[in-house]
Design a protein around this ligand. Structure first.
Ligand code: ADP
Ligand code: MG
Length: 612
């Protein structure tokens, strides 16, 4: 029977009460048989978007994922919620492989993970006939595009695989980072048919972004770690050598640290990754070979010891922090040397097989330029990242190192009056211009078009000659955002008075906003801000006790701790302090299966704790 109650599935299998942004729309699109392309940030909950419909649809869902090492965890997590799944990748013996295929053929699974390389094998091709594949999901779909930051040739096998199936399956592509160009590639190469396209936005509010330019990176790192003992984090370095050295130093300083890079044997890589995921070693030092798709929910910081080559990589890697929604730090240690090394690596590609591709090299140098700009900018870091992915608007987030140290509240009452009346005056002359021209008028610019149009005779010409044009632009954007000004037209938007412009011109309304300043100041620690918000002191002791219980269960079941319950779920238990199974079911991340399996144990811990 095909189940259609998405809400029931959400609570009973996954333990959540509310869909996150975009999830329900995607699930409904897939259930109605439509293709999907979803671009949702890391941690947004993409897996659920295909796992839920996989459960509800007749037949088998195949998930193509490049992350061999994580398939086992995914399948474990599914079976913990009693969803039958399996995987096919190079870690299986031939016998296991055959058994899995035979069981899949009998319809024993709802979800089958397959590594893209496996699609080459003829038996998988033949399999298609017997399996009754209803849906094919492509996770990390950006790997299919050479304009993406992690192109994998084996991804090109997917298209042929889909075409070889007797009946065209519903096809769904998911990725966290894809520029417009990469999205186009995904749709084209996979032949998605008028897909339901969803980009939920890239913003991850719980992440704090910071750029540091330490004289001595090692000292800066050690200082950070001293202040964040017992937290789990990833430190990315650009070379294997740096990974080796840093890992050794951190271990010698008493930090449980493991390492990951492409120069290690498969087995060691797997072991090290497990040490990290199972919290046996809370710190991971790695090259960019590590981490795609890692769903370790309690990573509380990602430090880039070296600057990556582009913003896509940076955002993807940094985004591995704070997946459970808790506050987390993303810190980039910048030095100009990083730019030189990256330039060298881009212009001297190591790949001997592929012919040198000058267009690609130029493209990659452009991407590096954007990354370098991020490291140098005095603007809001979050807004820089979001603008890169095409999300404009925000200029101050209040949760990045630039906003916290370089911005202050500024009175813009007079500035707003000057700007809005300038836009009025221009309109009185029967004209409308874009932001650049309005800024030019206000600053008394002398460009040809301005002078030819006689705009230098306006009373507002040059009345803000002292204001930095960039600052002016930020103020104008703010006025547009608040409705004092408006933008009209799509291709060349022009400024005109907004619905609230009268409040400025006639009512002389007082306005202030956050603007860049000169002096430095230190940011507030995030945790303090968190408890200020809720007003409740957090019961740290109970949190630790519940975590102990979880870790014990995880050890017994030989599962990573977060598969039993994420830190976010445990935190929610601390807040709700459930006394009955029913109340326990109300905790975020607790489904029916988990309620029955673990409910009593955790309720007892809470009871004992409350008795004191
Ligand atoms: P990604 O989009 O990066 O693939 P995942 O699918 O791994 O993200 O999900 C990230 C985390 O969010 C997981 O721990 C998952 O259990 C949790 N999650 C997913 N959907 C919801 C929801 N509706 N409510 C609460 N947590 C959710
Ligand atoms: Mg994922």
């Amino acid at each position: 029977m095909v189940e259609r109650d998405t809400q029931g599935i959400l609570k009973n299998y996954f333990g959540f009460t509310r869909f996150r942004r975009g999830q329900e729309e995607i699930i409904n699109a897939l259930l109605s048989g439509r293709d999907v392309l979803a671009v949702m940030p890391t941690g947004a909950g993409k897996s659920l978007c295909y796992q839920a419909p996989a459960l509800m649809l007749e037949g088998l869902t195949v998930v193509i994922s490049p992350l061999i090492s994580l398939m086992k965890d995914q399948v474990n997590a599914l079976s913990d919620a009693e969803i039958p799944g399996a995987y096919l990748n190079s870690s299986l013996s031939f016998a296991e492989y055959r058994t899995t295929i035979a069981r899949a053929g009998k319809g024993e699974y709802k979800i089958l993970y397959i590594a893209p390389e496996r699609l080459k094998r003829d038996d998988i091709r033949c399999l298609g006939d017997s399996l009754g594949i209803t849906m094919v999901v492509i996770d990390e779909a950006h790997c299919i595009s050479q304009w993406g930051h992690d192109f994998r040739p084996s991804y090109l096998l997917i298209t042929e695989f889909i075409q070889s199936l007797p009946k065209r399956p519903i096809t769904a592509a998911f990725t966290a980072t894809a520029t417009g160009k990469v999205q186009d590639d995904i749709i084209r190469i996979l032949n998605l048919e008028t897909p339901y396209l969803l980009t939920t936005g890239f913003n991850r509010e719980n992440l704090y972004f910071e750029v540091r330019r330490p004289q001595n990176k090692l000292q800066a790192l050690l200082e950070y770690l001293r202040n964040h003992r017992d937290k789990s984090g990833i430190i990315y370095c650009s070379t294997r050598k740096a990974v080796e050295e840093l890992c050794q130093i951190l271990n010698s300083q008493g930090y449980g640290t493991t390492r990951y890079h492409a120069g290690l044997e498969d087995q060691e890589r797997q072991e090290n990754q497990d040490h990290f995921i199972y919290d046996r070693k809370p710190l991971m030092v790695a090259t960019n070979a590590f981490g795609m798709g890692i769903d370790k929910s309690n990573v509380s910081f990602v430090i880039h010891y070296n600057m990556p080559k582009n913003i896509e990589s940076y955002y993807q890697e940094a985004g591995r922090a704070g997946r459970d929604g808790s506050p987390a730090d993303c810190i980039l240690f910048y030095s100009p040397k990083d730019v030189r090394i990256n330039t060298y690596l881009i212009t001297n590609p190591q790949n001997d097989e592929a012919p040198r591709n000058e267009a690609l090299i130029r493209h990659n140098l452009e991407l590096l330029k954007a990354m370098t700009y991020y490291a140098a900018t005095g603007d809001c870091l979050r807004s820089q990242l979001l603008a890169y992915f095409g999300e404009a608007g925000l200029h101050y987030c209040g949760n990045c190192s630039n906003c916290n140290t370089l911005f202050e509240s500024a009175d813009i009452t007079v500035a707003a009056q000057k700007i809005v009346s300038c836009v009025y005056r221009v309109e009185q002359r029967g004209k409308r211009f874009g932001k650049i021209m309005v800024i030019d008028i206000l600053r008394g610019g002398k460009n040809r078009k301005l002078l030819d149009s006689g705009l230098n005779t306006l009373s507002t010409y040059g009345i803000m000659a002292d204001t930095d044009p960039h600052r002016l632009r930020i103020i104008i954007d703010y006025l547009v955002d608040k409705g004092y000004l408006a933008l009209e037209g799509d291709e060349y938007p022009v400024l005109c008075p907004g619905p609230r412009s009268k409040e400025i011109v006639f009512e002389k309304k007082n306005l202030s906003m956050m603007l860049p300043k000169e002096t430095e100041q230190h940011r507030q620690p995030l945790m303090a801000a968190d408890s200020e918000k809720t007003g409740n002191p957090f019961d740290e002791e109970l949190f630790i006790k519940l975590k102990e219980m979880r870790n014990r269960l995880a050890q017994e079941a030989r599962l990573p701790a977060y598969i039993i319950f994420s830190d976010a779920s445990i935190r929610d238990m601390c807040r709700k302090k459930p006394e009955t199974l029913e109340q326990f079911h109300g905790v975020s991340g607790v489904g029916l299966v988990k309620m029955e399996k673990y409910g009593k144990l955790f309720i007892n811990v809470i009871k004992e704790h409350e008795k004191g």
